[in-house]
Design a protein around this ligand. Structure first.
Ligand code: COA
Length: 171
């Protein structure tokens, strides 16, 4: 994977992750503090992709305490200069290959109906893993304040039986 390093985040990355998420223009931007928390306390289930000093990509996730065989992907972002080259998928594959995901059998995330790139990413991951992708209703519009947020559908991928690091990132 040319010039790209995939690794666990540390607190020094928090600021750049916040900016990456802000610059996507489509993700809910959480507080800078929340990204620091992820870097400090959830680094085993988060991945950053760096290209020199640039934050090229980020995925955050956690193991829901009530679903021990599941990893829930919270946010994934790839800098627009690195999109369409397989980096989003490589971030997810790196996550699944981690020791922290050794006993994971299902990956869940929520996606809004208008986010075609994200739906393609997760459906493509399921296809590459040779497994299914079930879509169901999750968070309806009226659960969000302000009346401007789209609903979020639940994508559940699995059962996951194989993993491979790296994928086909084409820099
Ligand atoms: C979604 C996102 C992370 C994808 O990252 P990426 O590095 O460009 O994705 P990849 O190159 O790994 O592509 C993975 C698959 O999705 C498809 N895809 C990627 N961008 C696409 C687009 N704009 N339209 C249609 N399909 C797309 C690819 O063709 C590939 O399909 P394949 O598995 O059949 O080969 C990136 O577009 C992004 O950061 N978007 C803004 C933030 C966001 O929406 N995050 C997800 C919120 S739920």
């Amino acid at each position: 994977m040319e010039n790209i390093q995939l690794r666990q985040p540390n607190v020094e990355d928090g600021r750049k992750i916040w900016k990456l998420v802000r610059d996507t223009g489509v993700l809910d931007l959480n507080s800078a503090y929340s990204y620091l928390l992820l870097c400090k306390y959830f680094s085993e289930t988060c991945v950053v992709a760096t290209s020199g000093n640039q934050m090229a990509g980020f995925v955050s996730s956690f193991r829901p305490p009530s679903s021990p065989d599941t990893i829930f992907v919270w946010q994934i972002a790839v800098h627009d200069s690195h999109r369409g080259k397989g980096l989003g998928k490589a971030l997810l594959q790196e996550l699944l290959a981690r020791k922290a995901c050794k006993d994971v059998r299902f990956l869940e995330t929520t996606i809004s109906p208008s986010n075609t790139p994200s739906q393609s990413l997760f459906r493509g991951l399921a296809r590459d893993l040779g497994t299914g992708c079930e879509v169901s209703e999750c968070f309806q519009e009226d659960l969000f304040p302000g009346g401007t947020h789209e609903k979020e559908k639940l994508f559940r991928i699995g059962p996951i039986l194989k993993r491979e690091r790296g994928g086909g990132y084409k820099a």
